[in-house]
Design a protein around this ligand. Structure first.
Ligand SMILES: [Fe+2]
Ligand SMILES: [Fe+2]
Length: 293
């Protein structure tokens, strides 16, 4: 059996570990630079035809709610803003890099439905709370399970053992991962985020989505993603192998102002319909449910 250090080493040295496409890195850099003009960003995105087509498809999805057809990248930047564009480009790039086929231990559709739902809910929670960067909450939610993709793809025997344990015993996914790998899917996702040079707060949201009280950089973002994750489970009423046995952290609920059980229940009731329509729209833009085409 591999020791946790060996697993860490292996993750760092896996050369096939998907790299974030260069164009996505360039866009993220440009958006982060206050001197970047809309036309410069437009030129960079437009230089990649496939990316341009996907960005326009998403920009025109009802999720962004713009009433007129957006037919050029320049127009998309003006009406949606830099941050939304950044969010769209990162999401497209990462989801494409991490796509995997289903097998007896991994349901790809359930995985992406859960990831998209968590992103949508995190964004909604963020907006309700007046949290400044709702786009980050969406990306954090979308990516929170990326460690599962890595374990499934690069530690497949261990992944199957972990899932068998969650199916055959009362152990939670985190306990099963600790016993087989010595580290959890959160930590594994954090290692990939490091390899991809994702912003530190996003790395923290991924690596600590099941341990939100340990967050130091941006505890609000981590709490948002954590609560959105659990709300996604509650709203879809599905027990997913890769999140078996996880539940709300009481302190994270306080941070997102849902610690009163009545308020939480009301939230779940009131928003299930709204969220479902948002989730359907996001799933629709990503093509055949969970697949970015
Ligand atoms: Fe999750
Ligand atoms: Fe998880």
């Amino acid at each position: 059996m591999l020791s946790p250090d060996q697993v860490r080493e292996k993750i760092k040295t896996i050369i096939q570990l998907p790299a974030l496409p260069a164009i996505a890195l360039e866009v993220v850099d440009l958006v982060d630079n206050p001197k970047t003009s809309a036309s410069k960003l437009g030129r960079v995105i437009s230089s990649d035809q496939a990316l341009t087509a996907k960005v326009l498809k998403i920009a025109n999805s009802p999720f962004y709610g713009f009433p007129k057809k957006i037919s050029t990248i320049d127009f998309a930047i003006i009406v949606l803003g830099f941050d939304a564009l950044k969010e769209i480009v990162i999401s497209i790039s990462l989801v494409s890099s991490l796509q995997k086929k289903s097998d007896s231990h991994f349901d790809s559709k359930a995985f992406w439905d859960h990831s998209i739902s968590t992103g949508v809910i995190a964004r909604k929670l963020a907006r309700d709370l007046g949290y400044r960067i709702s786009g980050e909450a969406f990306v954090g939610g979308l990516l929170h399970e990326m460690g599962i993709s890595v374990i499934h793809r690069y530690f497949n025997n261990e992944f199957n053992r972990i899932i068998d344990i969650t199916r055959d015993t009362d152990l939670s996914i985190l306990e099963a991962e600790e016993s087989v790998l010595g580290l959890t899917h959160g930590e594994v996702g954090g290692l990939l985020a490091e390899r991809w040079n994702l912003p530190d707060h996003l790395k923290e949201a991924v690596s600590m989505h099941h341990t939100p009280t340990l967050a130091q950089l941006n505890p609000d973002l981590v709490a948002l993603v954590h609560c959105a994750d659990i709300i996604a489970h509650k709203l879809t009423n599905q027990v997913l192998d890769f999140d078996k046995g996880v539940d709300f952290d009481p302190q994270a609920l306080v941070r997102v102002k849902l610690d009163d059980p009545n308020v939480l229940n009301e939230y779940l009731l009131n928003y299930s319909e709204v969220l479902q329509s948002d989730i359907d729209q996001v799933s629709a833009f990503s093509g055949a449910k969970g697949q970015v085409q």
